[in-house]
Design a protein around this ligand. Structure first.
Ligand code: SF4
Length: 342
């Protein structure tokens, strides 16, 4: 324990000198921290910056977020993926308006009851904004601490996470927000997950067991059990002579629910099968040409897409026919389909 306690001071000093200037770090406003933490789940910091700035311009307050319509919200989220995060933000904002008079809850326990706010996010907001002595342990922190203490326990197990949280609780300083942020920052900027960490720049290198014993390649241990699914799809970019593109709304449940999509069918269809399908949809075809193969990776499934450009005689009632400009401005199209259009 004494050993882990030794990381606190050098880490806090390192953070004060090296922390990056980020749009959401200009103040410790809980709304700002909340939105940035939700955006940063599964997304790189560099990619989040512009989304965050646009989001705050359009929805600068909890009140605005609570009353935004879904179409606009999903459009602001377009490209970030995991759209349930955006919907949960809206639900949580409504709850804050009703239950907390429009002000962010101020304790870890209260934050944890907001839709979409898990232990990590509640810990981050409570410690950064209110200095509550709670942990905020994500993959970065698990990696850093596992390396420092030389732990070969599987970081994908809840049991391992709980042990690390306890160790951190035992050494948590009064500046809990800075300490938690310092660990995350070090995980992102120095103690990289893939490729060599830059240990010579690390403030903890003298006490890090993985570094001292040359175990960096072996730690953290991650034993994966997840089986990935592969799905093949035929995706059609259907376009009229007035350059209107066909889209449709996905059903309101499951993957990418409620977003828009390009017409598509399961499986790898050949041209004749595509023509049959178009006939069933009541469309007369001028020309079909092969566009490309595209791939999109979700959490549990990979989509392999064969994409065709289909020039049609005229619109039908089955789909929505929109201009390219409308598609860009108005309709949230998941990244998987944007790849096709690009
Ligand atoms: S010394 Fe290297 S491996 Fe250890 S915590 Fe620092 S960056 Fe990570």
């Amino acid at each position: 324990m004494q050993k882990l306690q030794d990381i606190v001071e050098p880490l806090l000093i390192w953070y004060q000198i090296n922390k990056r200037e980020l749009p959401w770090r200009k103040d410790k406003e809980p709304y700002h921290v909340w939105i940035s933490e939700i955006m940063l789940q599964q997304t790189r910091i560099e990619a989040v910056k512009s989304y965050y700035t646009r989001f705050m311009r359009e929805l600068p307050t909890i009140e605005k977020l609570a009353s935004v319509n879904e179409e606009k919200l999903l459009k602001l989220w377009e490209g970030l993926g995991y759209y349930s995060r955006a919907r949960n933000l809206n639900k949580a904002a409504k709850m804050i308006m009703e239950k907390y008079d429009g002000k962010m809850p101020t304790t870890y326990e209260q934050l944890l009851h907001l839709p979409g706010v898990g232990e990590y996010t509640a810990g981050a907001i409570a410690s950064i904004c209110y200095n509550e002595k709670v942990t905020a342990v994500d993959g970065n922190v698990l990696r850093v601490i596992s390396r420092v203490i030389g732990s070969k326990e599987d970081v994908l197990l809840l049991e391992t996470k709980r042990k690390i949280e306890q160790k951190l609780r035992d050494i948590m300083p009064t500046q809990s927000g800075d300490f938690n942020e310092a660990l995350m920052e070090l995980g992102e900027c120095i103690c990289f997950p893939n490729g060599a960490p830059t240990c010579d720049k690390c403030p903890m290198n003298k006490m890090c067991i993985a570094y001292q014993k040359n175990l960096i390649e072996d730690i953290p241990v991650r034993i994966k059990k997840l089986k990935r699914k592969n799905e093949t799809k035929t995706v059609l970019v259907m376009i009229t002579s007035e350059e209107k593109i066909a889209i449709e709304k996905r059903i309101n449940q499951g993957l990418l629910s409620g977003l828009y999509q390009l017409p598509n069918a399961e499986g790898d269809l050949n041209e004749n099968e595509i023509k049959e399908l178009l006939k069933d949809w009541g469309l007369s075809v001028k020309r079909i040409s092969y566009l490309k193969k595209a791939k999109h990776i979700f959490t549990h499934v990979d989509w392999e897409m064969d994409c065709y450009l289909v020039e049609v005689e005229s619109e039908n009632g089955k789909f929505m026919w929109v201009t390219k400009e409308e598609l860009v401005k108005k309709y949230p199209l998941p990244t998987a389909f944007q790849k096709v259009i690009k």
